[in-house]
Write a protein that binds this ligand. Sequence first.
Ligand code: EPZ
Length: 422
Amino acid sequence: MTRIIIEGGKKLSGTVRVGGAKNAALPIMAGSILSHGKVVLSNIPNLNDVETMEKVLSALGVKCRQISDGTIELAADGNLSEEAPYELVKTMRASFFVMGPLLARLKRAKIPLPGGCAIGVRPVDIHLKGFEMLGARVSLEAGCAVATADRLIGAPIMLDFPSVGATENLMMAAVYAEGTTTINNAAREPEIVDLANFLRSMGASITGAGTASITINGVKALGGTNYSIISDRIEAGTFLVLASLFQDSILIDNCSTDSLHAVIAKLQEMGAEIKPEGNGIRVKGPDRLKSAEIKTLPFPGFPTDLQAQFMAAMCLSEGTSLVTETVFENRFMHVSELIRMGAKLNIRDRTVVINGVDKLIGAPVMATDLRAGAAMVIAGLVAEGTTEVGNVHHIDRGYEKLVDRLRGLGAVIHRLEPDSNE
Ligand code: EPZ
């Protein structure tokens, strides 16, 4: 098992650059299925999840090729299959984003139901109900969701929850529907806006993305496009939390404060100095962060994808902090790992009570999901002694060259690849 080994307690400073947004790249790559032309995407991060999406698209008949570092070309101009392979979908639930575009283009899609993961069951009922409201017949066959339609007719769709994935899947399913579709109680994340801008660059008619009500007027066909995706606000937020733990300032480059207001406000409340600088954000932490309370909510509320990282920082804050997770039902797997490092945490239903300690002690710990993995790396960087983070594949799904970039800030950190006999 690959591990990340960290010698904690080093002073970090300098500049770290944020990459393209994983959670924009994945739905946008799936959206290439809708195009009758060539789609060239840039600022695409080099991540395991992006590689998996390329494999899913290739299995469906989309021609994928790397043009240069961070730039890929996708062509869905040939015969497409309506069925995605289970062995790929089970490794990445975002593969389910191909269902809406396939249904729109082929009027048929058969996609294995994505499994749950460490943070929750993660059903897709809201997606499937939306497809039915567009006129599709949806059934379950041997673990696969099957949707077929003679015609897709635009309709008003009310989401039971502002699901990011359901909003994206249904926006893509509606692109070729006859007439007008409105998605109400839609998710408002910046990645939704990026997907809508991408689809509009190919000729789709979409308004309201970024608000709770998105309108899609069906069109006949979408052409090709050259599109650069947004930078990753969750990666930026991860580095903001890390930088707030150090007193020498750190510049987080290639990101903007636009989609980070809730995160920046919370870190400022905890005592960090944060201000825009050039094409990035400069951060300087106080001697010790103050305690605070966070409650995760759909955008523009506090992002669930930064909950674990904040919890790691709050372990060292003075006083008592509270973290309440309202988006996923099981996103506290990192609590027991942080306790192994000396954190004083108690789970009370959907809230963790954090009593700040003066120091964390390095230890062997595990990444239990992508963002929890980032939290354990943050904890290791500020702990005394050596921390070994296992299950690094979780981290590789969402953070490109994380070890190299942290080393660039002065961290003493390296990857330990498994020996052949391990
Ligand atoms: C997206 O997942 C992100 N993934 C997640 O990021 C992120 O945590 C999440 O949105 C919330 O912001 C990608 O974009 C690839 P949801 P998604 O549908 O679309 C329930 C990361 O670390 N729900 O908004 O799966 C669901 O169970 C990942 O980068 C239903 O009940 O999230 C959850 O409790 C982790 N039925 C809540 O809604 C449905 O049909 C939010 O899920 C769909 C969702």
